[in-house]
Design a protein around this ligand. Structure first.
Ligand SMILES: C[S@@+](CC[C@H](N)C(=O)[O-])C[C@H]1O[C@@H](n2cnc3c(N)ncnc32)[C@H](O)[C@@H]1O
Length: 267
């Protein structure tokens, strides 16, 4: 499986432990809000795609109880390993190292994915495949970043890496579908075209207080970690200092981490 992993995916593998450490500030509140929107009840069968270390899969497993099932999928073996450790007392949570777009079990009451669907090579096709795993009348819940969320951290990190390694700043990412649907209205419209009825999008405001500890966890506990690939530890330390200095100089004390939680009923 590792041969087909691209940069961001390798970063998630490397980030698993730090990802869990950032969790209580970032992933867990977003995961809890995602699960709340899913309206789970005891005994439900849930598919949690792109589960990471379980920010939404673990609260889902609590909500469905011992009679329910949560199949949690992630491409990253280290993430799945960390999730298995964190969910040892929850046998209803079954963690699988698997590509969510190729999962073929169906009939779930709820299909959910927090901050995952925009990683699919074809976001629309991958999301439709997930929706097709739910039973008719079941629910689908997909959480994405609202436009502008997290970008300031990436910008300061990119500049710090460029300055320390004396290289050109990373190029802007090519605009794609996610950039056109990262506000509530367009996101609801896009979801409504995906075999879902009664679509609702909730704006889940979140701001991270950027203490030096949290600001650095945002880098090493997320996909941003890919920017540190192949750098020696002493260079990473200089990047860390430069990045924190850049945030301070810019007066950046809070990071927007607002998400859009979209849900609907599967036709
Ligand atoms: C930003 S993390 C979110 C993790 C978790 N849902 C959370 O909210 O904390 C995105 C995750 O998606 C996983 N991922 C990306 N593409 C995937 C795919 N096709 N199938 C399964 N997992 C995937 C990555 O390995 C990574 O763990």
């Amino acid at each position: 499986m590792s041969s087909r992993k691209v940069g961001t995916q390798r970063a998630f593998d490397a980030a698993a432990a730090d990802f869990a450490a950032l969790g209580r500030y970032l992933w867990e509140p977003i995961g809890a809000a995602t699960v709340a929107a899913a309206g789970l009840t005891e005994g439900d069968r849930v598919l949690d795609a792109c589960c990471g270390t379980g920010a939404s899969a673990i609260p889902a497993a609590h909500a469905v109880g011992a009679e329910g099932v949560v199949d949690a999928l992630d491409l990253s073996g280290p993430m799945i390993g960390e999730l298995r450790r964190l969910s040892a007392g929850l046998p209803q949570l079954r963690a699988h190292e698997a590509d969510a777009t190729a999962w073929d079990t169906g009939g779930y009451d709820v299909v959910q994915s927090a901050l995952g669907i925009f990683f699919f090579p074809d976001m629309t096709d991958g999301t439709e495949r997930l929706i097709a795993r739910a039973r008719s009348g079941g629910r689908a819940v997909f959480t994405i970043w609202r436009g502008g969320a997290m970008v300031a951290a990436g910008r300061h990190l990119g500049r710090a890496v460029a300055a320390v390694t004396e290289s050109a700043p990373p190029p802007e990412r090519e605009p794609s579908l996610i950039d056109r649907i990262d506000q509530a209205g367009p996101y609801a419209e896009w979801l409504s075209g995906r075999n879902l009825s009664d679509v609702d999008v909730v704006v889940n405001e979140l701001r991270l207080t950027m203490t030096p500890e949290i600001a650095w966890l945002v880098v090493i506990g997320s996909g941003f970690r890919g920017l540190l690939d192949d750098l020696e530890p002493d260079v990473v330390e200089r990047v860390r200092e430069r990045y924190l200095e850049s945030l301070r100089a810019d007066g950046l004390t809070e990071l927007d981490a607002t998400t859009l939680i979209g849900s609907g009923t599967v036709r």
